[in-house]
Design a protein around this ligand. Structure first.
Ligand code: NAD
Length: 554
C-alpha cells in the first residue's frame, strides 16, 4: 500500500486541549501517533509494528477509546482489555488515567493457536510491546539499542572498529529497519535481506537505508567496494533470508557479523517461508494456515542453519530478539542456541545500572522542542561521551516520523533528572507544549523473556514472571500516566510477560512529584531484579545510589 492510500490519522499538535486534562490528551495523541501513516507499518489494519502488533482491537474499538479519552475526567481511570475500552472508574488525580492489559492468556493456553482462535472471535488482540501501550515512536525507538549493540560487538570482537566489516542481517520492518542506519552510524557495511519491496522502499524514503537491489551479485559488488575503501554503506536486498543466507554460505561469502530481525516470533502472521513468491506466501497464509506455519518453521530452520554455518566459519553471530532460535530447534536445528542472545552478550551490564531505552515525544509537534531537550540532556550529563556521540548523530541523521521524538539510554539516577528538567522547561515556556516520557518494554526491570531479556540469568531465574507484574504495580502506585501489562511481545505467545509505563511532563507541580517517583521506581526495578539474580555490578550500584533492598542494603 502506498503512503497516499493509508488512513490519515494524525495526532493534534500544539497547546489546545481536546480532552479534559493533559494526561488524557497525551494518551489520545500517542494512540493516534501510533497509527499515524508515517509511523505505523500497516495502519489500515491498526498494525503498528512487530508482525501484527496493534494499537486497538478493531476500528469501532479505536473510536470508542478515542471518545472515552475525550470524556475522561482527571480523577478517573480508563481500563483497556486487549485494545478495547471496557470500563471507567473513579480513582484520584495522581492515579494513572489509563491501565492496559494486552494479549494475556493463562499460561497453559498461551499459544499462537489459542490467540488466533480468540482474535478471530474478536476477544483479544496482539499488542506487541509499544503498539498496544501507545508509546511507539517509529524506527528510531530501536535505533540507539541497535547502534549500541553493533558498537559493543565491534568493541568486544573487532578492536573497536567496524570500518571495512560486513554485517549480514534480515528484516527491514518497523524495528528491523533500524539495522542499516545503526550499522552505517557504527561505520560498517551492511547487507539487509528483505522479502517485501514495499518495506525496502519505506526505509529508503525515511533515509534509514542507502541503496537497494534485487541482485545478490550487485549487492555484493557494492559492499566489496565499500569495505575496501572502509566506507559505511547499507544495501537492502530483495530476497528471502532462507534462500540468500544459504547461498552466501555456498559461495563462501562469510560476513564478519550475522544476525536477524525478520518477524520470526510469529510463524503465521510474521515470517515468510522461502521457495515461493511473496504473493504466493500471502495466499497460502489465508488459504492453508497450517501448511504455511509448517513451511515457515522449516524455512527458519534453513535460515538458522546458514547462520550457524557462518558462525562455524568465523562470523560473530547473535540472536536479535525475535525468537528465531526456538523455531529453528522445532525444525531440527538442535544447536541453534549456540548462537547467543544479544542481551546476555551486550546489554545486560547496562540493565544492571537500571539503563534502558528511555524515550520522549513533543506534544507541540515542533522539532525545536526536541532539539532543546537534546541540548538539556547534553548539559545534564556532560561526562557521558557515548551519550553525546549518540545525541549528535541522532540530531543529524534521524528523520522524524509522526510527533518529533527522541530516544536515549539513561539509567537509574539519570532518568528522573531528565524528567524533572523537561517538566521545568514546559513550566517556564521554553518548550511549547508538554513532553510524554516513556520507554520500551524491553527494559531493565520490566520483562520476563527467557529467550531474550532474561536469557541466561546468573541464578537461572529466566522464566520468573513476578518482576514485570511488580514493575507495573509499583509504577501504578507511583502515579505513572498510563501503565500496561502484555504477553508475547518480541518473541511471541508463551515466551514473554512484560510491562510498560508512560509519564507526562506537563509543567505542573503535580507532574514533578509523579515524575520524581516513577522515574525512580521504574529503573529501580531493574537494579532490584539484577541484585536479586546475583549480579555484583547491580549490587554496587544499589549501594552507591541508596536503593533500598531488604536484607541487602537495609
Ligand atoms: P515487522 O513485522 O515490522 O517486520 C518484519 C520484516 O521481516 C517484514 O518486513 C517482513 O517482510 C520481513 N521478513 C519476514 N520473513 C522474511 C524472510 N524469510 N526473509 C526476509 N525478510 C522477511 O517487524 P519488526 O517490528 O521489524 O520486528 C522484527 C522482529 O524483531 C520481531 O520478531 C520483533 O518481535 C523483534 N523485535 C526485536 C527487538 C529488539 O530489541 N531486538 C525489538 C522489537 C522487536
Amino acid at each position: 500500500m502506498s503512503t497516499a492510500d493509508r488512513p490519515n490519522i494524525r495526532a493534534a499538535r500544539g497547546t489546545e486541549l481536546t480532552c479534559k486534562g493533559w494526561v488524557q490528551e497525551a494518551a489520545l495523541r500517542m494512540l493516534m501517533n501510533n497509527l499515524d501513516r508515517e509511523v505505523a507499518e500497516a495502519p489500515e489494519d491498526l498494525v503498528v509494528y512487530g508482525g501484527t502488533g496493534k494499537a486497538a482491537r478493531s476500528w469501532p474499538d479505536y473510536h470508542r477509546i478515542v471518545a472515552s479519552l475525550r470524556s475522561l475526567e482527571s480523577d478517573e481511570t480508563l481500563l483497556i482489555q486487549s485494545g478495547r475500552a471496557v470500563g471507567i472508574f473513579k480513582t484520584h488525580a495522581d492515579a494513572p488515567r489509563v491501565l492496559l492489559a494486552n494479549s494475556l492468556l493463562v499460561p497453559k493456553w498461551a499459544t499462537w493457536q489459542e490467540h488466533e482462535r480468540l482474535a478471530a472471535l474478536g476477544l483479544t488482540m496482539f499488542g506487541q510491546m509499544t503498539a498496544g501501550s501507545w508509546i511507539y515512536i517509529g524506527t528510531q525507538g530501536i535505533l540507539q539499542g541497535t547502534y549500541e549493540t553493533f558498537v559493543a560487538c565491534g568493541r568486544q570482537r573487532f578492536g573497536g572498529d567496524l570500518a571495512g566489516k560486513l554485517i549480514v542481517t534480515g528484516g527491514l520492518g518497523g524495528m528491523g529497519g533500524a539495522q542499516p542506519l545503526a550499522a552505517t552510524m557504527a561505520g560498517a557495511a551492511c547487507l539487509c535481506v528483505e522479502v517485501d519491496p514495499d518495506r525496502i522502499a519505506r526505509r529508503l524514503e525515511h533515509k534509514y537505508l542507502m541503496r537497494s537491489t534485487s541482485s545478490l551479485d550487485e549487492a555484493l559488488a557494492w559492499l566489496d567496494e565499500a569495505r575496501a575503501s572502509k566506507q559505511a554503506l547499507s544495501v537492502g536486498l530483495e530476497g528471502n533470508c532462507a534462500e540468500v543466507l544459504p547461498e552466501l554460505v555456498r559461495r563462501g561469502r562469510i560476513p564478519d557479523i550475522v544476525t536477524d530481525q525478520t518477524s520470526a516470533h510469529d510463524p503465521l502472521g510474521g515470517y515468510v517461508p522461502g521457495g515461493m513468491s511473496l504473493a504466493a506466501a500471502r495466499s497460502l497464509r489465508t488459504e492453508d494456515p497450517d501448511e504455511y506455519v509448517r513451511r515457515s518453521i522449516a524455512a527458519m530452520g534453513t535460515h538458522v542453519r546458514a547462520m550457524r554455518d557462518m558462525q562455524d566459519k568465523g562470523a560473530v553471530a547473535f540472536d536479535y530478539g525475535n525468537n528465531i532460535r526456538a523455531y529453528a530447534v522445532e525444525a531440527g536445528v538442535e544447536d541453534a542456541f549456540e548462537i547467543k542472545g544479544f542481551i546476555p552478550e551486550y546489554i545486560r551490564p547496562l540493565f544492571c545500572e537500571g539503563k534502558g531505552p528511555f524515550r520522549w515525544a513533543a506534544l507541540s509537534g515542533k522539532p525545536e522542542d526536541i532539539y532543546k531537550t537534546d541540548k538539556a540532556i547534553l548539559d545534564l550529563f556532560p561526562e557521558d561521551e557515548a551519550l553525546r556521540r549518540w545525541i549528535e548523530l541522532a540530531g543529524e541523521q534521524v528523520a522524524w516520523q509522526g510527533l518529533p521524538a527522541r530516544i536515549c539510554w539513561l539509567g537509574y539516577g539519570e532518568r528522573h533528572r531528565a524528567g524533572l528538567k523537561f517538566n521545568e522547561m514546559v513550566r517556564s515556556g521554553e518548550l511549547e507544549a508538554p513532553i510524554v516520557i516513556g520507554r520500551d518494554h524491553l527494559d531493565c526491570g520490566s520483562v520476563a523473556s527467557p529467550n531474550r531479556e532474561t536469557e541466561a540469568m546468573k541464578d537461572s531465574s529466566d522464566a520468573v514472571a513476578d518482576w514485570p507484574i511488580l514493575n507495573a504495580l509499583i509504577n501504578t502506585a507511583a502515579g505513572a500516566s498510563w501503565v500496561s501489562v502484555h504477553h508475547g511481545g518480541g518473541v511471541g505467545m508463551g515466551y514473554s510477560i512484560h510491562a510498560g509505563m508512560v509519564v507526562v511532563a506537563d509543567g505542573s507541580e503535580d507532574a514533578a512529584r509523579r515524575l520524581e517517583r516513577v522515574l525512580h521506581s521504574d529503573p529501580g526495578m531493574g537494579i532490584v531484579r539484577h541484585v536479586d539474580a546475583g549480579y555484583e555490578e547491580a549490587l554496587e550500584f544499589a549501594k552507591r545510589y541508596g536503593v533500598k533492598i531488604p536484607g541487602v542494603t537495609v
